[in-house]
Design a protein around this ligand. Sequence first.
Ligand SMILES: Nc1nc2c(c(=O)[nH]1)N[C@H]1C(S)=C(S)[C@@H](COP(=O)(O)OP(=O)(O)OC[C@H]3O[C@@H](n4cnc5c(=O)[nH]c(N)nc54)[C@H](O)[C@@H]3O)O[C@H]1N2
Ligand SMILES: Nc1nc2c(c(=O)[nH]1)N[C@H]1C(S)=C(S)[C@@H](COP(=O)(O)OP(=O)(O)OC[C@H]3O[C@@H](n4cnc5c(=O)[nH]c(N)nc54)[C@H](O)[C@@H]3O)O[C@H]1N2
Ligand code: SF4
Ligand SMILES: [Mo]
Length: 885
Amino acid sequence: MSRLKECKTTCPYCGVGCGIVAKFNEQGLVSVEGDPDHPANGGRLCSKGSALAETMSDTPRLHDPIVDGKVSDWNEALDLIASKFSDTISNFGPDSVAFYVSGQLLTEDYYVANKLMKGFIGSANIDTNSRLCMASSVAGYKRAFGSDTVPVSYADLECSDLVVLVGSNLAWCHPVLYQRLAAEKKQRPNLKIVVIDPRKTMTTDIADLHLAINPDGDAALFMGLFAHLQKTGACDDGFIARHTNGFDETLKQCAPLTIDEIAKKSGLEPAEIISFYELYRTTQKTVTVYSQGVNQSRVGTDKVNAILNCHLITGRIGKPGTGPFSITGQPNAMGGREVGGLSNMLAAHMELDNPAHRNSVQSFWKAPHLPEKPGLKAVDLFKAVDKGDIKVLWIMATNPVDSLPDSDFIKEALKKCPFVIVSDIYQNTDTNAFAHVLLPSSGWGEKNGTVTNSERRISRQRGFLRAPGNAKPDWWQMAAIGKRLGHHGAFDYLNEADIYREHAALSALDNNGSRDFDIGEHSRLSNDGYDNLAPVRWPVPIKKNPSERPFFSDGHFFTANNKANIIPVAMPTKDPETGPYQLNTGRIRDQWHTMTRTGRSPRLSAHLSEPFAEIHPVDAQKLGIELGDIVELTNKHGRLLAKATITFRQKKGQVFVPMHWTDQYASNGRVNSLIPSITDPVSGQPASKNTGVSIQKYEARTFLFLLTRKKPVLPARGYWATFETEGGWATEFAGKEDLFEKLDVIKKMLNVDLKTAPLAYEDKKRGEYRLALFHGQRLEGILYASGSPLSVSRSWLCSKFEGDFNDPKARYSVVAGKAPVNEIDKGAIICSCFGVGINEIADAVRSGCCSVEAVGDATQGGSNCGSCRSEIAEIINKNALVAAQ
Ligand SMILES: Nc1nc2c(c(=O)[nH]1)N[C@H]1C(S)=C(S)[C@@H](COP(=O)(O)OP(=O)(O)OC[C@H]3O[C@@H](n4cnc5c(=O)[nH]c(N)nc54)[C@H](O)[C@@H]3O)O[C@H]1N2
Ligand SMILES: Nc1nc2c(c(=O)[nH]1)N[C@H]1C(S)=C(S)[C@@H](COP(=O)(O)OP(=O)(O)OC[C@H]3O[C@@H](n4cnc5c(=O)[nH]c(N)nc54)[C@H](O)[C@@H]3O)O[C@H]1N2
Ligand code: SF4
Ligand SMILES: [Mo]
């Protein structure tokens, strides 16, 4: 093996933006470690970041452009795209084309996409998946501060005395920041933590107070807090008078709310409401962290402002350890905001509806025309595709067929669109299926650029690997079309540094402190300076050192009269689509969105391997559902099949389903097929977390568990979920047909030529059937079938493709589906870094380990990234209880 080299870069997953040291050689990425020098993570990584090396395999990557299903080359593909754009624009006008891009693009990609659409095509029809993610926060900040400024840093969390987490599962979604907070809490137990979330999540484990709020009860809760603060004399009257507008109006709306009304709206007990209010009232240093439980709502922007209002009236902003913190999800959600990637923004935090800003940008870009009106927001954009108004659509670094609401409608709309271009790194995604042209993009580790994390810190992503085949960076693709459309001067970039310098120069244009976003100093970076750019928080204005002085510390806001706006928000008036159960959706620890990358890592897929529906035990009993059953969720929009998880963590009347499963990994796992396209009226962000569904048991007569070398051949009917293991695939299946009538069809799922696997072990008993196929000492596939849910040792079996089967006893134990006594059956994997299972942890507890640290010493579990520490604590509690009984 050739010598290992190192490259410092940034994690491509969440908005924490951890620094990574990548170790690589000629063959590719070998391993990753946390960068000890990066201020965001100081050397830590979570399970997803640590598993990057396993997700880089080349096989399903796109190597060449594909036109109408046939391998093509860049010239042919780009010529075709350019001619479709120019013909369509000349026949139907610039608003007949659109881009749908992503917070996972690098700033340089994003800048070029925005410049091409708004400056040179002359339409504002560029929107992004950040519409599904940050739009309500952006709208809320802008309403209050006059600018989209996130005024909090990670260090603020560590030096505050109260952290309120609203609609954020930080433990699973921003694990390294959660670990920083948990470490601080351990050292300083007086740091109080409140979690406001309908579910008990892993984040609630470090909470002093968990408020299991009703869906969308947040506005009432924070309006009530406003009134409480005013009544109890906790307001900062000086700050309100000098630095805010709108206090009296807002008070008028909040004051009449009684605790009983708030209790009714929020589903909380009056006593718990008061204890939260008192904690907030008495703790000056407060940070409120909020995320998708706030943003993804039909009243998302109002929820944001209800939170901001409480910070403004107490002056808890712009001082260390205080502030409202909208934590970003994607690695470059913040960078996308800087370049103005949303259809209602311009560039460099300038406004589309401000003529002076439009003039500045137009002359800077030497653009022929800039649109004067905002473009279509994501949900409306796809409605326009459906109506035939958008005739050419370029989708880049996002998978809308899975992630947009009413996702079956999205499929129908894309089917109708005359010309769809998709730039992705992989061949198979649910969206690619609708592309006329597929463009191969270079991915993480191959491309160069910058990302900005949740605390406004700009970090470099560096390319250190060769992109496969003819894959090219996203910015290069957009610039190539810009040039083909005749705009040579504007898109003649030689490299990413050229783009970044231009973006930095634009941020300083006519600025002089009038806009928050200013990285003018970076317009002077040399190519080497750009390559070596160290992580830095903006602003970085020309000639000055990076300002570490917090925004708003002088009470100066970016509104017309420089005062912040306290916004009189309204209580939700219209009900969401309801019942009998309210569906909530979100994330799990080890998967990233639509699983195109994390789904490739057996370690990550071992934690939770199937789409699941979390149901309260009382509801499960009412519905006749038991653990391991498959449930069917339906409403007028669609249908979903998932494994039932019965847990007291869930509230009665509610059900939670993760957003991750797609048609690539499950039969009916796309949760957005159930979500209506209802949006927040201000931000246009979809309400992805609160809609009505019916639940019923999926009456299956056949249950299968399969291990196959190749991806299995799965039927269109029935429930299945499949995931990659070391050396193959594992699949769960449940169907309505009788097992023995369909045995021949079932065997075909194994995707193996039965003749090439001459050693077969069959076992039929008590309505069960087992088949294991071997070729010499190599296991080729196994099939377990039963009329009821199967109890075989799945994680043990998943390691068997690596095994040696010379000994017939080894083959029999595989047929039996249980680990023999001399082998460890780990059980469900809890710690994905070291592959430590629930059985190993329980054993450690039974042999006397009674702390997470002790379990870590005994098993390694939880001792790397720490993302599983809450789950280990839960297993310790359960087993310690059993031991004590
Ligand atoms: N492992 C992992 N991490 C990720 C991602 C991933 O895919 N996987 N994605 C990244 C991205 S892009 C994002 S945006 C972030 C999202 O990060 P989070 O917002 O933390 O994640 P979610 O699970 O979507 O939702 C958070 C919580 O909101 C709660 N919730 C639902 N409705 C309400 C409500 O009405 N009020 C309140 N108060 N809470 C409610 C849900 O129960 C859920 O626990 O995660 C980022 N990090
Ligand atoms: N019901 C429900 N729906 C949701 C959410 C929810 O909580 N509930 N959350 C919403 C949120 S917050 C978000 S952010 C979205 C995320 O949803 P999506 O953006 O649709 O999800 P991803 O899987 O991240 O899609 C990224 C795509 O880009 C590809 N890709 C990776 N790297 C590159 C690259 O360098 N270049 C290019 N061109 N392609 C690349 C990947 O293979 C993948 O196909 O989902 C939203 N949808
Ligand atoms: S917390 Fe995990 S996913 Fe997020 S940036 Fe850090 S390593 Fe990546
Ligand atoms: Mo997101």
